[in-house]
Unconditional design. Sequence first.
Length: 455
Amino acid sequence: MTSRLMCRFVAWLASSMLLANGLPARAQDLALALVADGLTAPVEFVEPADGSGRSFIVQQDGVVRILDRDGRLAPEPFLDLRPAMLPLEQNFEERGLLGFALHPEFRRNGRVFASYSAPLRAGAPGNWNHTRRISEFSTRPGDLSRIDPGSERVLLELDWPSRKHNGGGLAFGPDGFLYIGLGDSGASHGIGRAVRWEAFDVPREALTWDHLAQDTESLYGKVLRIDVDRGFPGYAIPPDNPFARGGGRREIWAWGFRNPYRIAFDREDGSFYVTAVAETLWEAAYRVERPGNFGWPLREGTHCVDRLRPRQPPASCPARDASGRPILMPVLEYPNMQVSHPDTKLGIRGVGTAITGARIYRGKSIPGLVGKLLFTDWSADFRKPSGQVFVADPGGAKGRPWPYRRVRVIDSRIIGLAEDARGEVYLLTNETFGPYGTTGKVFRLVARGEGKGGG
């Protein structure tokens, strides 16, 4: 098959999947129950197993709010990182408090972990943007009500050359280890405070930064896995990490990611899902069952990449990396709105703008969704708040991305997807472009008739 025919076949196949699976089937069965509002860009919703009945709402602006058992927001925060953070802009903003996780034994030890954007540390390159910090905090002994702000223990610092591609996923796995999502640094868009080049006009000389995601001696573009219960005052390396005995940075678990924005573990089988926000055309979610190379910038989802001609991707490319390792494919992908650009001649329509979460539903309130993958898109239209909820069926053809359908569109941007202790799922929304204002809300996804005040 010629390259031209292959391109036409791929476009026809993608278009057929959208026609078959992009329709809002059974949307009438789902509703949203408002849990909290008046928030500032909530990115996580966490329910501690401490007997308090409260929940924590993690805001991108650096504040972790307390929602009490009666559904009221406490006046004092559980944690306020704003004094330690880089000042954020009241515009489209990817930096901030990006990840938050409770230690599995939080009820006993009061330990929590945060991933956030701090000012450039001493000794960092002077023209770079900020320093990414992964830190541990703890409550005072015998008092789980609030974090002691003086308890910070910095585990990892990584100087960030740009304001882009931060990643942010942070979660404990069923193995008790902490998993950390770090983006590829975003330096291909320009180093420093400003974005110099957009995704479709990056010059050749800047593309070397993309390949940090493939460099196993670098932490950019990776999912890390560390043992925070050993190795004090730092951390220990799990012995089954792929480079624990050499050949790469010992913290690395998986690599080849542009922007691993969210990580979510399946409580049933222990595998985890990484949402990979696109650089150009294809949003994706990966089911990470083992260490390996997930492709960026050699591929975007299942698709080949030519960064100098991003709207005309090549029809074929290697299935293995430079070391001969297979490139692992996503379980889910969909085209974003850039495929609708006149210069992108794939013959299909865009579905969304950015994937912001993916979780297998294990709750009980919506029986028809059990075992399905719920995933969210930031907004159908970049200019207008129009977040989308989709359902994918893991029962698709082996080796191919799972079929999906849209089940909900709301009048807010969806910036996160969370899960409580019972497996019920929450949408985290914001109507502005970034971490400012008080338009943020938390909704629980429920069966129709149960929701109150849903968008």
